[in-house]
Ligand binder design. Structure first.
Ligand SMILES: [Zn+2]
Length: 116
């Protein structure tokens, strides 16, 4: 977990974004392809945090991933949300609050998890 990066932003930022130059550099780096499924991106590219902001991810080039819309949606629902929930659970456990275990999402037929 990187401990740097917070000094780069001014003021409290709940969900920060990549700068235009970072997005452009990453898009060129990926050669216009999705960095998850490696298909050429048709339409508008989306940019994802490899390490979510809530888990200490930065808005640097290294933490940016170019994705097609489909992969971005899958990644956000399958990776980011459980990861954020997990780090939140760890904090809660350390704080002595023993949260109830339970699956709070719905699972579609194709295995995709929908979180409420
Ligand atoms: Zn993709």
């Amino acid at each position: 977990m990187p401990s740097h990066g917070f000094a780069l932003t001014s003021g409290p930022v709940m969900r920060s974004e990549f700068s235009k130059s970072t997005k452009l550099a990453r898009f060129e780096h990926a050669n216009g392809h999705c960095e998850t499924c490696h298909q050429k991106i048709v339409g508008v590219a989306e940019y994802d945090h490899a390490v979510p902001c809530a888990a200490g991810g930065t808005n640097e080039f290294d933490n940016c991933r170019v994705q097609c819309r489909r992969c971005h949606r899958v990644k956000t629902s399958k990776v980011d949300v459980p990861q954020i929930a997990k780090s939140k659970r760890i904090v809660e456990r350390r704080a002595g609050l023993r949260p109830k275990r339970g699956f709070k999402g719905w699972r579609k037929f194709n295995g995709e998890v929908v979180w409420k």
